[in-house]
Write a protein that binds this ligand. Sequence first.
Ligand code: GLY
Length: 367
Amino acid sequence: MDYAPIIEKTIAKFRRSAALAAQDGLIPYQGNTARWTGSPWEGNSWWTCGFWPGLMWQLHALSGDDFFKAEARRTEKLLVEELNTFHYLHHDVGFMYLLSTGADWKLTGDEQSKTHTLHAASIMMGRFNPAGFIRAWNGAEQAGYAIIDCMMNLSLLFWASRTTGDPRFAHVARIHADTALREFLRPDGSVSHIVEFDPITGQRVAEHGGQGYCLGSQWSRGQAWGLYGFTLAYINTQEPRYLAAAEKIAANFIAHIRPDGLTDCDFCQPADEVRLDNLAGMIAACGLLELHKATGNAAYDTAARRLVDGVIEHCCDWSDSTCGILTHCTASYHDDGAGRHTNIIYGDYFFVEALAKLTGRDPMLWL
Ligand code: GLY
């Protein structure tokens, strides 16, 4: 497929709808209507709030249009305020600040943005439990929870070590990645979503079902976080064990791509259930394209194109009556509060990152 016209249509739609976000003064979360809606919970501290500035930086890199840079910076300011609010922040500061302040520093060299990103990395370090893992969430009963999504956030720590020359951040990232390798990766190449550890001893206590269909099932977005996250851990460290994990997860994910190229919400969901999460497919496509670069194995490129071509054929909304593009994204299998079969901002982010990779124009904001 020729992706250049798709990129042009994408830039045109966001040029119009990003102006609406600026008018409304919000950070978009869902774009399935004529105006954007903001985070479902926790205001601008919600874990997805970095994807909008990340999307704006991607579009700026693709178009050269300063309008997108201005919109990225408008929302970067809002995220910097959340560093002071602090109490809602958790391990997803990786998602939030690599794609906002981190992207600004990477693409413009802005020193203040670099400082803010280091601040976020320090918050992430503060979540490390020396019993062997990075604590995911904040609830009192969740002191021992670690989740597969964190593999993506580790990139913030690798970035901080590279940027400062201080190896502490990368040490912590490796300790967590090794715990995830040991405790999350299953023999069939699938990964668990949540593993609970004793926060005193670090011993594994339980696995929890999380956002997937049931305990022990394969929540597709979790599979995608594992795929891309271990790939990034490999790119950051060159450790073959992380590459082997990424390839194992990739093989399982590829085996579950639907014939139409779309992605089920859980690879173990009942066969008669129609529940899609194209977000998962776009995250996996980005991971597969990086795996292709790392290994030279063309099967990863082919699989990524099946996923991207699938959503272009069936699940992209180019109309002017909505703000976002990717449809049929689902936040969680059993809880529709954050969206089911709808547009969700990080779906659009990873769709555009995948298009940028496919055309050799990705600024690679995760590194
Ligand atoms: N990181 C949370 C999610 O993927 O829903």
